[in-house]
Design a binder for this molecule. Structure first.
Ligand SMILES: *Cc1c(COP(=O)(O)O)cnc(C)c1O
Length: 433
């Protein structure tokens, strides 16, 4: 299968090139040139299949032309060594818990899948491939853990000193092996600038193979379609009926875009809800038809603090730029920090379910939008313990218990290397590796 760029000024590329490049050379995002539909038999039997079995079928629709079936199946089963349950929260509202992976956030699925796919493509490749990733917290942990122990790949995680939470820092600085954590004396923007400059530096690119693992990569975002199919299967399995509505707490809109792909593949979804915090450019677009990216503002659902959602170009492409068509499949809601806190508290008290700040945005939008006869699923994108401080400030001290996986990280020894935010220092460091 070929992949084309949303900017349409380059020729289509192979899957391997799309995965190793990440961003197209004309700065567009890669899109598969076809989206294959499932036939009715698949849906008839889906409730009897496991998450892993469903994911293998979905992966085959995307990548089956490029990767032998048994290898792809191994990649999927190795990626998904955890479950993705659907939990009833209140009347007709279900939580799709995406936080049972190693770093307790949904980005584990994409990061682990991409690492294994890239590992497959690099077999027999003579040089190490170096993945550079700048993080403000969550992406770094998912990528570092996803790529841990993948032969032939070395990962450099750049993070701003003193600006990530203790739990987040432990998740990518304690791994060692092929994961190098670089503590940058600067901000997240400095980290991003260093990574961008490295990709543009001719000398560095001659000396070593560099690539990125950010969320625009097709190998990171397409696998997120797996969990929408799984949600449908698990509801069917439980005998739940009604028109299906998904509410997706969104930042860069990778997750939601993967849901739209699932719908194009035939998954019966009535509509998607784009749930935003105060970073509401897509909400405004849905209302007015005008897309006006702007600087992000900080909120308590900080993994969604995005002012220029990178996957928006993919949504426009899927719907031929038609605002009207986008609005038939998608509605938008936005909530302030106070509204997010209010929702976390109310759902904890009346339903005995603990939401993290991101899931709370999804829940609230679903509650506001769901009509009689519909069944709603919101994506619970992170475990509340990843945001213990915020959650306990709302629900009370001692309400959050750290899952075992996080406890293990907390015991680890921090192994980062401190460097300045000066590009020459960073470049010098990489050239010495
Ligand atoms: C990354 C992230 C999001 C936003 O997902 P997008 O695909 O960027 O829209 C939501 N919640 C959590 C916890 C995240 O880490």
């Amino acid at each position: 299968m070929k992949y084309f760029s949303t900017n349409k000024s380059i020729l289509s590329v192979s899957l391997m090139e799309a995965v190793t490049k990440g961003l197209a050379s004309d700065n567009g995002l890669f899109m598969p040139e076809r989206i294959e539909e499932f036939d009715i038999e698949f849906f008839n039997g889906i409730h009897q299949m496991s998450f892993q079995e469903i994911a293998a079928e979905v992966a085959n629709k995307f990548f089956g032309e490029d990767i032998p079936e048994h290898i792809l199946e191994n990649i999927v089963f190795d990626t998904l060594n955890f479950d993705c349950p659907v939990v009833k929260v209140s009347d007709s509202i279900y939580s799709l818990e995406l936080f049972h992976g190693p770093t307790l956030a949904f980005k584990d699925v994409g990061a682990r899948f991409m690492a294994r796919l890239l590992g497959h493509f690099l077999q027999g490749y003579k040089k190490d491939v170096n993945v550079l990733v700048a993080t403000s917290g969550d992406t770094g942990s998912a990528v570092a853990n996803g790529f841990l122990d993948i032969p032939g790949i070395k990962v450099y995680v750049l993070y701003p000193k003193g600006l990530v939470s203790n739990i987040q820092e432990k998740q990518f600085t304690t791994l060692g092996k092929n994961i190098v954590a670089l503590e940058i004396d600067g901000t997240f923007d400095d980290c991003q600038r260093l990574v961008k400059s490295a990709f543009m530096d001719a000398e560095l690119n001659k000396a070593m193979v560099l690539t990125s693992a950010n969320s625009i990569n097709v190998a990171r975002f397409l696998p997120q379609a797996f969990y929408y199919f799984n949600a449908y299967a698990r509801l069917r399995e439980a005998g739940v009926t009604g028109d299906l509505v998904f509410s997706v707490p969104s930042g860069n809109f990778g997750n939601l875009t993967a849901g739209l792909f699932a719908k194009y593949m035939g998954l019966p979804v009535k509509r998607f809800i784009a749930a935003n915090n105060e970073n509401d450019v897509v909400y405004q677009y849905l209302k007015t038809g005008k897309y006006e990216p702007r600087a992000s503002v900080a909120t308590i659902a900080n993994a969604m603090d995005v002012g220029a959602p990178s996957n928006f170009a993919r949504i426009l492409e899927l719907y031929n730029q038609s605002h009207g068509d986008i609005c038939t499949d998608m509605v938008g809601y936005r909530y302030s920090d106070d509204e997010i806190r209010e929702t976390m508290k109310a759902v904890y008290e009346s339903e005995n379910y603990m939401l993290d700040p991101h899931g709370a945005v999804g829940y609230r939008a679903l509650k506001a939008d769901l009509q009689p006869g519909e069944v709603g699923v919101f994506l619970e994108t992170a475990h509340p313990a990843k945001f213990t401080e915020t959650v306990e400030s709302v629900l009370g001290e001692g309400t959050v218990t750290l899952p075992e996986k996080l406890e293990e990280f907390m015991k680890g020894q921090k192994l980062s290397i401190e460097i300045s935010s000066d590009f020459d220092d960073f470049k010098g460091f990489l050239l010495k590796q």
